[in-house]
Design a protein around this ligand. Structure first.
Ligand code: 5GP
Length: 116
């Protein structure tokens, strides 16, 4: 999948669009989803410009999944969530709408309906 540098997450990475940033390091940033499916829904993205996970370098994939795990643990504690959903779409047929690779981290409560 070809990478378009004007996608929303690329613009967030360049500081052209605002976000509620919750984490950043040399390889990744994480910020709150603008339309959360549950309280605490955040997105983890690599800084590398890749349209999907299938296009991402192995090194960036490793760096990103470690941050996903770290923030999933933090969100579980922060939101006292019995479950954490990690969701990742590749291609419009799979439901991807922003074509910069990203992972959803979504705290889930026992009594709340799943919408993802
Ligand atoms: P996808 O459907 O591609 O897996 O997920 C894209 C996600 O990006 C959606 O959950 C959507 O709410 C979120 N999103 C879209 N535009 C923005 C934005 O401008 N800022 C933030 N923080 N999230 C966005």
């Amino acid at each position: 999948m070809s990478y378009q540098t004007d996608n929303i997450f690329a613009r967030i990475l360049r500081g052209e669009l605002p976000c509620v940033k919750v984490y950043e390091d040399a390889h990744t940033i994480a910020f709150m989803d603008i339309m959360p499916q549950a309280e605490g829904h955040l997105l983890v993205i690599p800084r590398e410009g890749a349209a999907s996970l299938l296009d991402l370098s192995a090194e960036a994939a490793r760096e990103t999944i470690v941050v996903v795990q770290k923030l999933a643990r933090a969100a579980k504690q922060a939101f006292d969530a019995p479950g954490i959903q990690v969701v990742q779409m590749n291609g419009s047929a799979a439901g991807q709408t922003v074509f910069h690779c990203h992972f959803h981290v979504i705290p889930r409560q026992e009594d709340a309906p799943l919408r993802a």
